[in-house]
Design a protein around this ligand. Structure first.
Ligand code: 5AD
Ligand code: SF4
Length: 472
């Protein structure tokens, strides 16, 4: 069972955080004079959730939010390692912080996240980025206070060996009170042959259901209208524990919390997407009728090389079950093109599966070799121009499917959570609901964070639009 991080370790760090806050206070650095922190986040929802925790710890240390890196005294970069592009981007952004440090040597710069957990990248940061004060992998984020304290004392530190526990009880600063990420587990045991995640985020560790439900209660009490449960593979939730509660039961317990809120979850693995989970989506009113179920490829040969442990028939049987139980379900997926050895016929199998599954939306990626993963050494790697050409065809089909799927909402009334006014058109709002795409409707800022009914009048591949409904 996953080690729950000794509460002592977290307690000690929070003690260090209080010490830093007191020290700043003693130097008159509080209120308007308090030093600013700035966090730049790359990557997935898990990283966004982790950044909320980093912000919480930064504020416990007495720092206040800064609008940008210039003027901030603590700069944190939360990196992603899923594809090379994400790493290059993070390294280039870190590069731009050199001039911030040159202008003010008192600025503390830390790099965390998945890229920081890769030994070769940590080494690069150590050697080629001397103005970076510390590097910490994702499960060491709770050590931020002592890293900052040591940086203030002039010591550079590199925490690349995973602590691999769960740090409960850390403060969080959430960007929006009405919408929240809730991590239920960390890490992944699947070792898909292309994926870096198991190497950088360690083995699966599930939080205790009591801790998750307690946090969900606090979120709802604090005004959360939308809670998204996060885990690299949420279907495995609880399998590493002895608490007899899987993801389906966990979701049912959260749905019992009083209050008007909706519940989402991601990401699921097709090999263990269970009937119980499908039942929960079908039966629980608070659960949004949306299933994100990455297929990655429609070719059995490629799926086997990806080490996915299912074939297209098994995937399509899950989809069939899902559609039988939840006919109106929104189904989204991730697809990789140009995996090593992918031939035209494998790619055509992927397009065929997309048509059969009728995805509402796909997230598509050109395969990117990751150092240390088995697929990086597989032959032949696919030339960029071949992958790019396949990607174009994949996107064209994805767009056509989205357009067709979105049109089913026209003429219906959808309940959506208003998520702010449009930046380009201040009279228009964006809402989120069961559709994969945002729902646009005329409205004002006062609706943000509220559920509204929208009569849907039109749709395209990337949008759905309507008018506020008179109906209750
Ligand atoms: N190259 C391209 N895409 C990848 N993904 C994960 N690893 C890689 C890689 N090496 C994609 C998968 C996964 C999503 C989060 O990112 O589709 O589901
Ligand atoms: Fe990566 Fe596969 Fe784990 Fe998802 S299930 S995080 S793709 S190894």
């Amino acid at each position: 069972m996953a080690e729950k991080m000794k509460s002592g370790a977290v307690g000690e760090e929070l003690e260090v955080a209080r010490g830093i806050a007191e020290d700043l206070r003693a130097r008159g650095l509080f209120g308007d004079a308090a030093p600013g922190y700035y966090i730049r986040t790359f990557g997935c929802q898990q990283n966004e959730a982790d950044s909320e925790q980093l912000a919480g710890i930064a504020e416990a240390m007495g720092f206040v939010p800064a609008p940008g890196p210039e003027g901030a005294k603590l700069i944190l970069v939360n990196t992603c390692a899923i594809r090379e592009h994400a790493e290059k981007k993070a390294l280039s952004v870190i590069g731009t912080y050199k001039h911030v440090k040159d202008a003010d040597p008192g600025v503390i710069i830390g790099v965390g996240g998945c890229m920081a957990a890769e030994a070769h990248r940590a080494e690069t940061l150590k050697r080629s980025y001397p103005y970076v004060d510390f590097v910490f992998e994702p499960s060491s984020a709770f050590s931020l206070p002592s890293l900052v304290r040591d940086a203030m004392g002039g010591t550079r530190r590199f925490l690349s060996a995973g602590a691999n526990g769960i740090a409960e009880g850390l403060p969080k600063v959430r960007e929006k009170a009405y919408s929240a990420w809730l991590s239920v587990m960390y890490g992944c045991n699947n070792f898909c042959s292309y994926c870096i995640v198991p190497y950088v985020r360690g083995r699966e560790r599930s939080r205790r259901p009591e801790d998750v439900v307690e946090e969900a209660k606090r979120l709802v009490d604090g005004g959360a209208k939308n809670i998204t449960l996060l885990g690299q593979n949420v279907n495995s939730y609880g399998k590493d524990g002895d608490f007899g509660c899987g993801i389906a039961e966990l979701m049912r317990r959260i749905c019992r919390i009083d209050g008007d809120f909706e519940l989402r979850f991601m990401t699921s693995h097709p090999k263990d997407a269970s009937d119980e989970l499908i039942d929960v989506i079908a039966e629980e009113k608070k659960v949004v009728k949306h299933f994100h179920l990455p297929v990655q490829s429609g070719s059995d040969r490629i799926l086997a090389m990806m080490n996915r442990h299912y074939d297209r028939e098994r995937y399509l049987s899950v989809v069939e079950k899902l559609r039988a139980r939840v006919p109106d379900v929104t189904l989204t997926s991730d697809i990789i093109v140009g995996f090593p050895g992918e031939e035209e016929k494998d790619f055509l199998d992927t397009l065929d599966l997309m048509r059969l599954a009728r995805f509402d939306m796909i997230f598509s990626f050109i395969y990117s070799p990751r150092v240390g993963t088995p697929a990086a050494k597989m032959e032949p790697q696919i030339p960029r121009d071949v992958s790019a050409e396949r990607m174009e065809r994949l996107l064209a089909l994805g767009t056509a499917l989205s357009e067709e799927r979105n049109s089913r909402f026209v003429g219906r009334t959808l309940r959506v959570l208003a998520d702010g006014v449009s930046r380009t058109d201040p009279g228009m709002m964006t809402g989120r609901g069961a559709p994969a795409r945002p729902v646009h409707f005329p409205g004002g800022e006062e609706l943000t964070g509220k559920f509204v009914n929208v009569d849907i009048t039109g749709s395209g591949a990337f949008w759905i639009a309507g008018e506020l409904s008179e109906k209750e």
